[in-house]
Design a binder for this molecule. Structure first.
Ligand code: UDP
Ligand code: MG
Length: 142
């Protein structure tokens, strides 16, 4: 067990439906410490860069359009086993497969508009945190 970080984004669909308060509450109640956070809107270039691993997937253009259509909340979260525990907390990509009580089971409407992002590895968490935040904005990492 080690204290590490993950990067989350509350996606445009979650903010459109005013779910950000409930989702952040579930995150902090589950033992994650917010060590950086901002409300921001991704440009097309930002979304293409953030999701570049998916650039050849059939859903890529729709994903970029969705992720840029309104503001998001980006945050860095710290916890023991942050990446793995956060993926458990958010649930499967497709809300139909997401376990009872997970954030996606409660707030996602489809496999594309699925409320929230969570990093899938420590390496990607570091890359994604640096994508959104400067070192000075990440309180645990100074
Ligand atoms: N996505 C989609 N259709 C798919 C798979 C993924 O629109 O068939 C979107 C969805 O918003 C997802 C994001 O692309 O969260 C990134 O996909 P990934 O497979 O990395 O899922 P995640 O890691 O977010 O669970
Ligand atoms: Mg992913």
């Amino acid at each position: 067990m080690s204290k590490n970080i993950t990067l989350t984004m509350l996606k445009p669909d979650a903010l459109e439906k005013n779910h950000e308060g409930a989702i952040l509450h579930q995150i902090t109640e589950s033992g994650f410490k917010i060590v950086a956070m901002k409300l921001t809107q991704l440009t097309k270039a930002d979304a293409e860069d953030f999701y570049s691993v998916h650039k050849d997937k059939p859903f890529f253009n729709d994903l970029v359009e969705f992720m840029t259509r309104g503001p998001i909340i980006a945050a860095v979260l710290q916890k023991d086993d942050a990446v793995e525990d956060f993926r458990t907390l958010i649930g499967a990509t497709n809300p139909e497969d997401a376990a009872e009580g997970t954030i996606r089971e409660k707030y996602a409407v489809s496999i594309s508009e699925n409320a929230i992002h969570g990093s899938d590895s420590d390496e990607n968490a570091a890359r994604e945190a640096a994508f959104h935040f400067s070192k000075r904005e990440m309180f645990s990492l100074q």
